[in-house]
Design a protein. Structure first.
Length: 362
């Protein structure tokens, strides 16, 4: 340990590295705590993790303690091995998940997303293993691997989304809210709250009761959801009836029954809260399923609603398929940005392939 202390105090580059790591952590925390509803937070957190890994490696190696260094090397190798195995056999996980979703949920196209991903990953790994393109000219290989480059870009975007989704689960709760907005979902048989929707309402009720237990006022619940084409009543009305059945006073419930999507949930609920409160200085939280709250938060930000979300429990087997849907929805929301990046990637590979072909032709 004395070697490490001596290294830390006498090695200026290591001191600078330590300061950079602390600065990256501070930048991430400031950004995340100030506004957790931004995709940039995932990038900042990843930068911090990478710098922390470099710092930890340098710190361990500086001790010159063989047992410590050996232990660290074993841990690093195990982490790499686990990541490799998970990546290599991810197709098996997606196919397994598709089986359970198909067995327990409705047989819809959206519930087959993990099946499609599993098949695509399996085919990709078979192509890599068999290597049918190994004997082609280099310029043809470049063209063939262009889709792989696009997929890798999408995987990076997906990784950043998953980091943000995970971070958003830890946004401070702050039990001092004026309104709790419950986002609607489809009704069973056009008039009955589904288990998924019930979990959102139950989470909001639990939150409200905990706030009261802390000696603060009972927040009002805003039930947000309009009437779909196949629904007999507005979702908000069915949600209110369910909450009343769970012991919530009708006076503590407000209805927003015009919205048709998540953006309108936020937009119209903000107006309901402002009208009831007499201004826009109210404090609010919104409630949805844990896989949905980050994307819902982006809509809240776009709609001008100063509120963060609280997620309700979702069955594990349903999460992968639901998260894939959420990621696809965010891709579509930011489609212009991604189209530009993907176009540049394709252009780069086309130009590179052309240069390779020109070189061969000469």
């Amino acid at each position: 340990m004395s070697n490490f202390v001596q290294f830390f105090t006498q090695n200026k580059p290591f001191i600078y590295l330590s300061l950079i790591v602390l600065a990256s952590l501070a930048i991430f925390l400031l950004s995340w705590l100030k506004e957790p509803r931004r995709l940039l937070n995932g990038i900042l957190f990843t930068i911090f993790l990478l710098l922390l890994g470099v710092w930890l490696t340098v710190a361990v190696l500086s001790t010159s303690l063989r047992p410590l260094i050996l232990t660290y090397e074993v841990i690093v190798v195990l982490i790499i091995a686990i990541i490799t195995l998970v990546t290599t056999f991810s197709w098996l996980f997606f196919l397994w998940n598709a089986y359970f979703v198909w067995k327990r949920e409705a047989h819809t196209l959206s519930n087959l997303l993990t099946l499609f991903i599993g098949i695509a990953l399996l085919v990709s790994w078979l192509i890599i293993f068999i290597a049918p393109f190994s004997k082609l000219p280099s310029w043809q290989k470049t063209l063939i691997y262009t889709p792989s480059a696009v997929v890798n870009y999408l995987l990076l975007v997906a990784y950043n989304f998953l980091i943000n989704l995970a971070l958003y689960q830890f946004v401070p709760r702050q039990y001092n809210q004026d309104y709790l907005i419950v986002l609607g979902a489809g009704l069973a048989k056009g008039e009955t709250v589904t288990p998924l929707l019930a979990s959102r309402i139950n989470r909001a009720i639990q939150y409200a009761q905990k706030q009261v237990d802390k000696g603060r006022k009972m927040p009002k619940l805003i039930m947000s959801g309009g009437q779909g084409r196949d629904e007999k009543i507005p979702e908000a009305k069915a949600m209110a009836e369910y909450a009343i059945g769970r012991g919530i006073s009708p006076e503590s419930i407000l209805l927003e029954d015009r919205s048709k999507n998540t953006y309108q949930n936020m937009q119209f609920s903000a107006k309901v809260a402002a009208k009831d409160f007499g201004g826009e200085k109210y404090r609010a939280k919104f409630f949805s399923n844990n896989y949905h709250i980050f994307r819902a938060a982006l809509f809240a930000k776009a709609a001008g609603l100063n509120a963060n979300g609280v997620g309700s429990y979702t069955r594990f087997y349903f999460l992968p398929n639901a998260i894939v849907r959420e990621f696809a929805a965010i891709l579509v929301t930011n489609k212009k940005r991604h189209i530009i990046v993907i176009s540049l990637i394709i252009l780069f590979f086309l130009v590179y392939a052309l240069l390779q072909y020109t070189k061969i032709a000469q």
